[in-house]
Design a protein around this ligand. Structure first.
Ligand SMILES: [Zn+2]
Length: 134
């Protein structure tokens, strides 16, 4: 293997790492208040950015906001009026509780169920911890 190959390898490695990092992003909520409803228009983008199921995130937000919510395609509608800041903060709280590894702080985690117990498994450091069901 010559220098050129080594360089190519290094570049591939870097771009792979960038992709892994780039995959994760907490999108800011796009919020629309209509009458007594608050609509998050980019809800599916937010949940896919977090690598989580929309329904799981919705369940969490509904509970946190104490408002029923319903999914409609890419958007979600909550009964009640909420500010974008409030929704963004709840999404960050969700990420803290259900996405980021508490050991290494990386977002490369998965929710798994073992013997009826919900756990978060970290792909980066291999740690597992219990998570509360929503
Ligand atoms: Zn970890």
């Amino acid at each position: 293997m010559d220098y050129k190959d080594l360089l190519k390898r290094a570049e591939e490695k870097i771009s792979k790492e960038l992709t892994t990092e780039g995959r994760f992003k907490i999108s800011e909520a796009k919020v629309l208040v209509q009458g007594n409803n608050t609509i998050v228009t980019n809800f599916s983008e937010i949940s896919s950015g977090l690598g989580r199921d929309s329904r799981h995130l919705l369940k969490f937000l509904s509970k946190q906001l104490a408002a029923p919510g319903s999914l409609d395609g890419n958007r979600v509608s909550f009964l009640g009026k909420f500010t974008k800041d409030k929704i963004d903060n709840k999404i960050k709280l969700y990420a803290k509780n259900y996405v980021f590894c508490s050991v290494c702080g990386k977002p490369d985690t998965k929710l798994i169920e073992e013997e009826g117990i919900l756990k978060m498994k970290c792909e980066a450091c291999g740690s597992k911890r219990f998570v509360k069901r929503i």
